[in-house]
Ligand binder design. Structure first.
Ligand SMILES: Cc1cc2nc3c(=O)[nH]c(=O)nc-3n(C[C@H](O)[C@H](O)[C@H](O)COP(=O)(O)O)c2cc1C
Length: 203
């Protein structure tokens, strides 16, 4: 721990932000492998390391776009009420193109009866956060996406997971997608809210 620079760590955490537009530049395999390895260093309930990642690139990634467009239909009405028109249009474009991200990662939980449901979800999201932070360290950007949950079954079929024994037993569950690549925009940092987020209880 001694050689880890504290300031660098907080800078890394603070500079992470969701990236939704990417350069037409592939992510080298060694970089991607480091990021995925970082994911596996996350803590997990009962150390079950119950994350399962499916990494989609190339033609398969192009194929996914039609599914992403479908997931837009499930979410657009809520966003229309919430977002100003320019942001709504940007978001729609993002769902249609995934910001040209060259890599898509789908994070699944392998649930089991010896691990509580919520804990197993938490473990996977911890690993996803490691992916987010590793991307910053590698000069990449990413966006964690709940949108694929709108089309869970489609994604399961698209990835061929439905053929796996664990899936047939009802143990594999999609929790989120992550799109990643080299950033092609520099959006402002989303403001952080501090009110009522942390409560200290002292005697
Ligand atoms: C569980 C989860 C689901 C998310 N789903 C989406 C999504 O479907 N589409 C999207 O554009 N962003 C999605 N995001 C990104 C959030 O919108 C983003 O993290 C939030 O606005 C804060 O911005 P920041 O990541 O730049 O700090 C998701 C983030 C999380 C953690």
């Amino acid at each position: 721990m001694g050689q880890i620079n504290r300031d660098n760590f907080y800078e890394l955490v603070r500079s992470r932000k969701s990236i939704r537009q990417f350069k037409n530049q592939p992510v080298p395999a060694d970089v991607l492998n480091r990021i995925l390895e970082a994911a596996t260093h996350a803590p997990s309930g009962k150390n079950r390391q119950n994350w399962r990642f499916f990494v989609v690139q190339g033609k398969k990634r192009d194929e996914y776009l039609q599914h992403s467009q479908k997931s837009w239909a499930g979410i657009k009405d809520i966003l229309q009420q919430r977002l100003k028109p320019s942001l709504y249009e940007f978001t729609q474009r993002f769902f249609y193109t995934l910001g040209e991200a060259p890599v898509l990662i789908f994070a699944y939980s392998h649930n089991s009866t010896d691990e509580r449901y919520l804990t197993s979800i938490g473990s996977v999201y911890m690993a996803v956060q490691n992916i987010n932070l590793a991307c910053v360290a590698e000069g990449l950007g990413c966006c964690t996406m709940g949108a694929p949950l709108e089309i869970k079954k489609d994604v399961d079929h698209f990835l061929g997971i439905t053929e796996l024994e664990e899936y047939k037993k009802g143990e594999l569950e999609l929790l989120c997608g992550v799109v990643l690549g080299y950033p092609d925009h520099n959006p402002p940092k989303a403001p952080r809210q501090t009110e009522n987020r942390i409560t200290f209880l002292n005697d």
